[in-house]
Design a binder for this molecule. Structure first.
Ligand code: CAA
Length: 240
């Protein structure tokens, strides 16, 4: 039986590349999205991947979605917590709403979906969880106390949960992407982005596929002994 994989934020950017890579590896993929129906429909039409709309910040919505997936396809065995947003501003200009939105979407969603899929993975004695962190959670970034706090939280969350999953064959790992050519990074002011790219030893932005290949490895059956780790994919920009 093909393993069932849920990718949050799986219809655009890094998430879309992850969904496609998992599909090509023979997984049954469900790509979730929060609001952009036009992009989700186009993605589904192009790839044939099933999409599902729910708010990953909302615990009850996640519970309904995971139950629906289990009823249709079976228990989730591969979970990629990729949903993420930025609301950049220096702390004096950052509102409480900007803080909450980023913490809820990036970190709260990991809690919701890991909690809701963990019992099923335990029962199956198999699970692969990959949480998408960030170089900015490792190194910090000016104007991102919310995002860096959330992503750094993901790295701690990953290590703690890996200890809970190990005895059941559930691995929990993080990937820390560097600057990847997506809409999120293209929203950085050009003069700021130019300086950032100049500091990437590999001399280019990452591609979504660079990150997807890491997810493919960490979610493979063969990666059974890799847990609690953070894989940095950043072109040498930060070594942690
Ligand atoms: N270090 C030190 N000082 C800095 C700085 C930095 N990195 N960036 C800006 N400053 C200084 C400026 O020089 C300026 O100083 P003066 O007032 O003395 O001239 C001051 O801070 C204010 O700068 P801005 O005018 O840029 O302030 P702003 O409020 O308009 O914007 C900002 C601030 C929103 C943080 C903007 O600089 C910005 O968008 N920066 C990019 C942040 C970034 O890299 N985000 C990553 C998004 S992609 C992502 O997060 C994906 C991932 O995982 C990698």
């Amino acid at each position: 039986m093909a393993r069932v994989a849920l990718v949050t934020g799986g219809t655009r950017g890094i998430g879309a590349a992850i969904s496609v890579a998992l599909q090509q590896a023979g997984r049954v993929v469900i790509a979730s999205f929060a609001g952009n129906t036009v992009a989700a429909e186009a993605f589904s039409k192009e790839t044939g991947i099933e999409t599902m709309q729910f708010d990953a910040c909302d615990f009850d919505a996640c519970a309904t979605a995971t139950s629906a997936i289990a009823a249709k396809h079976g228990k989730i065995e591969i979970l990629v917590n990729n949903a993420g947003i930025t609301r950049d501003a220096v702390i004096t200009k950052m509102t409480r709403d900007m803080w909450d939105a980023v913490l809820d979407t990036n970190l709260g969603s990991c809690f919701n979906l890991c909690k809701l899929s963990f019992d099923g993975m335990k029962a199956n004695k198999f699970g692969r969880i990959v949480n998408i962190g960030s170089i900015n959670g490792q190194a910090g970034q000016y104007g991102q106390v919310n995002y860096a706090g959330a992503k750094s939280g993901i790295h701690g969350f990953t290590k703690a949960l890996s200890l809970e999953g190990a005895r059941y064959g559930i691995t929990v790992n993080a990937i820390a992407p560097g600057y990847v050519d997506t809409e999120m990074v293209r929203a950085v002011p050009p003069e700021v982005l130019e300086k950032i790219i100049a500091k990437i030893p590999r001399g280019r932005l990452g591609t979504a596929e660079d990150i997807a290949r890491g997810v493919l490895f960490l979610t493979s059956d063969d990666a059974d002994f890799v847990t609690g780790s953070t894989l940095s994919i950043n072109g040498g920009q930060h070594m942690y």
